[in-house]
Design a protein around this ligand. Structure first.
Ligand code: AKG
Length: 289
C-alpha cells in the first residue's frame, strides 16, 4: 500500500501563518490550544463531501485503511465511529495532511522546522449518538515511537459544543507523566481509577466548543475525551497526528507501526512514504525560508 503523495493544496483553506505568541504560550502552559481557524466555508463543504462519501464505504475500504475500530464495527449504535488511514484512499484528506494551515501550527507547537506525518484519524458521532471517547493521552497508544514529540490537530467539520460532544481537555495534564492505554469503548471516566490522588485533584476539565472549520491542537500527553452527541447535529472530526522529524522506532518486536506499512527495525528513523515530511522551513528547502 503506497500512498500517492502528489498533492495540490485545496484553494478553500485559510492562511497557514501558524500560532500567535499567545496561542503558543497557551499550548505550553495548558497542553492544548483552540479554537484555531483552519478551513473556510468552502473548505469545510469540500471536506464534508469527501468524508460523507467515505463513511458508507468503510466496510469495503477497511482492508486498505490502517485500522477501523473493531468495537464500532461490532456495535455501531453504541461506539463512536473511528478509523485511521483515510488519507490513503481519499484525495481531499491527503491534501489536508500537507496543508500549511494544518502543518504550520503543529510545527510551531512542537518547535520544529521540519514536521513529519504520523497518521490521520476520523471520529464521527451522528446526531443523538451515545458513544463517547474516554479520557486518554494519545501517547499511551504511541509508545512504539520515541521520543514523545507528537502533536494532534483535531479539525471539526461541524459546529461542536457541549451538547454535540465537543472535545474536553485537562489543562496541565501534559505534565502528569505517561498513563496506561484504555480500550476505546471504555466509559468516559475510566481513567479516573488510574490517576494518583494529586492527579485527581488537578483533574479540572475544560470543554472547548469550536465552529465548523476550526481546530484544537494538543500535546501527546494531554488528557482529552468527549461525551455523547445529545444534539440533533452531526459531529464529524478529522484528526491529523504529526511528530518531530527525528522520531525513531522504540518497539523491538519488529511489527509494522501501522497495518500494511513495511516494518522498520528497532531504533530506525520513522520515515518512508507513509511518514512523509509535510513541512520543511529550513533555509534553502522548497518553500522554506
Ligand atoms: O474527537 C474526539 O472526540 C476524540 C479525538 C481524539 O481523541 C484526538 O483528537 O486525539
Amino acid at each position: 500500500m503506497q500512498p500517492d503523495l502528489s498533492t495540490d493544496a485545496p484553494a478553500a483553506v485559510c492562511g497557514g501563518s501558524g500560532l500567535t505568541p499567545a496561542q503558543l504560550e497557551a499550548f505550553h502552559r495548558d497542553g492544548f490550544v483552540g479554537p484555531i481557524d483552519v478551513l473556510d466555508d468552502a473548505g469545510v463543504a469540500r471536506a464534508r463531501a469527501a468524508l460523507d462519501a467515505l463513511l458508507p464505504r468503510l466496510g469495503e475500504l477497511e482492508p486498505e485503511l490502517y485500522e477501523v475500530e473493531a468495537a464500532w464495527s461490532e456495535r455501531p449504535d453504541e461506539v463512536v465511529c473511528h478509523f485511521l488511514g483515510g488519507w490513503l484512499v481519499e484525495p481531499v484528506l491527503r491534501e489536508l495532511v500537507f496543508h500549511p494551515a494544518i502543518t504550520t501550527p503543529c510545527a510551531d507547537a512542537l518547535g520544529v522546522d521540519r514536521l513529519r506525518f504520523w497518521h490521520d484519524q476520523v471520529f464521527y458521532k451522528p446526531a443523538g449518538h451515545p458513544g463517547v471517547v474516554p479520557w486518554h493521552q494519545d501517547e499511551s497508544y504511541w509508545t512504539r515511537t520515541a521520543p514523545a514529540n507528537h502533536v494532534t490537530l483535531n479539525l471539526l467539520l461541524d459546529d461542536a459544543d457541549d451538547a454535540s460532544g465537543c472535545l474536553m481537555f485537562v489543562p496541565g495534564s501534559h505534565r502528569f507523566g505517561l498513563l496506561p492505554p484504555l480500550p476505546f469503548d471504555s466509559p468516559l471516566e475510566a481513567i479516573a481509577e488510574r490517576l494518583t490522588p494529586e492527579q485527581r485533584a488537578a483533574f479540572r476539565p475544560w470543554a472547548v466548543p469550536v465552529r465548523a472549520g476550526q481546530a484544537t491542537l494538543h500535546h501527546c500527553r494531554t488528557l482529552h475525551g468527549s461525551g455523547p452527541n445529545r444534539s440533533s447535529r452531526s459531529r464529524r472530526a478529522l484528526v491529523f497526528n504529526y511528530m518531530g522529524p527525528d522520531t525513531r522506532v522504540a518497539d523491538p518486536s519488529g511489527a509494522p507501526l501501522l497495518r500494511g506499512v513495511a516494518p522498520l527495525p528497532f531504533g530506525a528513523l520513522v520515515e518512508g512514504p507513509h511518514f512523509p515530511i509535510v513541512l520543511d522551513r529550513r533555509a534553502g528547502a522548497p518553500g522554506g525560508a
